[in-house]
Design a protein around this ligand. Sequence first.
Ligand SMILES: [Zn+2]
Length: 164
Amino acid sequence: MSVSFQPENLKYRPSYWVCQCVGWELEQRYSQAALDQLGELEKRELAEAANAECRYCKGTGVEEIPEPDGPFINWCNANAEALLAAMGRPADDLCGALSVPEARRMVMRGRNRGSVSAFTRADECGDRFYSMGLGEDDIQARLATFGEFVEECAAYGAEEIVYG
Ligand SMILES: [Zn+2]
């Protein structure tokens, strides 16, 4: 389970991978190849080795996977929750949207906050516990990463950062 943060206008580009269904030997041989520029012979070799029913490569031996072509952060739920809490954002619902100015303020708030008590919360039984597995240094490092990410989103032309 993880949470992705990205600019609302994020574009994707295709990346190409040798599909595992072609078998280990071909997978190794083509692992460094420019798979979007294969010749006809190579395409045929991969297609013949591929499983015609494969849902990943659809029998071509080459899988196309969209990759973010811009700023992108993916954190496990626990880390995302700890970071949002550190920045003063209720993280009950791990999805939402932030304007770029709002995100900048949140980073400032996270850097300037006082204590780790911000991370404690009541569980269903009313007891308090630490929900985060990050130390203060980790929190500060991630706040710095998130701050850079916010500026990259602004430079990318985004008005909002969406997460979920
Ligand atoms: Zn396949």
